[in-house]
Design a protein around this ligand. Structure first.
Ligand code: GLC
Length: 437
């Protein structure tokens, strides 16, 4: 009816074009409204994506957790970027995106040594107002350090890490307690043809070497102070000399100068060495089908000439929210899920990572399943921290260069450590963080 009237067939009727225009306008309006409604619905249905950068091993270990989070949260999705393996390379990747201004990440899984620098640069969101009172209270004491800087909480650890000594239970009744004992046992076993090497460790010029060194520095009575000082000391020379002597005496292969964690693990796993320095994750690998030492490995703390208990370098990986995140609330939600009890339990059970939560160390069923837990907890009580200094990456670089020259026999330990001490001092002074003297 209406259309007949509107489309009236009377020739010359001047209502016709106007009616057509009206129809057109109504149609257009309706179409637009529908399109907007459709688009809006589609938009509302699209989940918020929280982007997270992690080193490759953690991207693998958390894949299952991320998948189930994404299944359970319809409006929220975690997208993980699988970063490189080594801590420095992951940090370089994160920093290059942060320097460009608009980082593609909402969350970073950070090594404990990055926090001071990232916080000072203003790259991180303080978490205090998001996580309620005392968010670190459920953590064992050794896992709390390195997250609060200048009174703000910047990071929540997902796993703890501490330097450990792995030893062969089939070759000795008890592990050595001192560096001298480690050398003596190694030489005996090598003489007897039981092992090719005594001790394998991380001697490559990278962060792992600083971790190895810190344990020995403490073991010879020194310390790498939180100020960054302590490298130009007699204890530092003793520690560097000891590491060099291991190679000179053939207790460690000259190739340790190129060993990071995986190479040391490979050698120990193949049954080549009596002792290995590594982190907790190595235990699980050593029990695997490719290991020739499964069931023949004990774990204890590093040897020390002085100081009881010996020091274990504190590692640990934790989550921080980037200040530039467009979804801070959702990022915090993801942070809580991945650092929470269920997540940490799975990371212990499946991957052998160390938890940070007291509740998990105190869980008898979990301890029965993972008898290493009390050893890890014990080691966490005497962790040695690397300096919590915004210039840490440079301090560590100075140390690694000098140590590397010692390990390869290019420089005398005393001279190298004097240089490391002086280099650190200059750096600290230039950044206004030197000591007052
Ligand atoms: C481990 C530690 C980390 C350390 C790194 C060195 O990942 O958790 O703190 O910097 O090893 O290789």
């Amino acid at each position: 009816m209406q259309s007949a009237a509107l489309g009236g067939s009377e020739p010359g009727c001047d209502l016709r074009p106007a009616a057509r225009q009206a129809w057109f306008a109504v149609g257009l309006g309706l179409g637009l409204a529908l399109a907007l409604l459709w688009g809006g619905l589609a938009w509302a249905g699209r989940p918020t994506t929280v982007r997270l950068l992690m080193p490759a091993p953690f991207a693998d270990a958390t894949a299952e957790l991320v998948e189930s989070f994404n299944r359970e949260h319809r409006g929220l999705r975690i997208a993980v970027t699988r970063g490189p393996f080594e801590t420095e390379s992951v940090s370089d990747l994160a920093i290059s995106s942060l320097l460009l201004g608009d980082s593609p990440y909402d969350l970073l899984l950070m090594d404990v040594t990055w926090t001071a620098k990232y916080a000072a640069a203003g790259w991180l969101l303080p978490l205090d107002d998001w996580l309620g009172p005392e968010p670190l209270a459920p953590l064992v004491a050794g896992a709390r350090a390195g997250n609060i800087i200048d009174g703000n909480l910047w990071r929540v650890p997902m796993v703890a890490d501490m330097g450990l000594m792995y030893w062969r239970t089939d070759l000795m009744a008890a592990p050595p307690r001192t560096p001298t004992e480690l050398v003596a046992i190694s030489e005996r076993l090598q003489r007897q043809g039981k092992v090719r090497w005594g001790y394998v460790w991380q001697g490559r010029q990278y962060e792992g070497l600083s971790c190895v060194f810190l344990e020995m520095l403490r073991g010879f009575g020194g310390n790498w102070e939180s100020s960054g000082e302590g490298l130009g000391t007699p204890a530092a020379t003793k520690a560097a000399s000891w590491l060099r002597q291991l190679i000179v005496k053939g207790i460690s292969p000259a190739a340790v100068a190129n060993f990071a964690e995986p190479e040391a693990l490979q050698s120990f796993e193949a049954g080549e060495a009596a002792f290995m320095r590594n982190w907790p994750y190595a235990w699980q690998e050593l029990q695997g089908p490719s290991s020739r030492v499964a069931g023949k490995v004990g774990v204890t703390m590093m040897v020390a000439e002085v100081g009881e208990p010996p020091a274990a370098t504190q590692g640990s990986w934790g989550l921080s929210v980037l200040a530039g995140s467009r979804h801070p609330a959702e990022a915090v939600q993801v942070l809580q899920a991945l650092t929470g009890e269920a997540s940490q339990r799975l990371l212990v059970q499946r991957w052998g990572y160390s938890p940070t939560l007291t509740a998990l160390f105190d869980d008898p069923a979990l301890v029965a399943e993972r008898p290493l837990l009390p050893i890890l907890q014990n080691a966490l009580e005497s962790v040695a921290l690397r300096p919590l200094n915004p210039g840490y990456a440079q301090l560590s670089d100075i140390l690694q260069r000098q140590l590397s020259s010692v390990i390869t026999g290019e420089l005398e330990p005393a001279l190298a450590m004097e240089r490391a001490g002086r280099g650190s001092q200059l750096l600290l002074e230039a950044s206004g963080r030197g000591s007052e003297q």
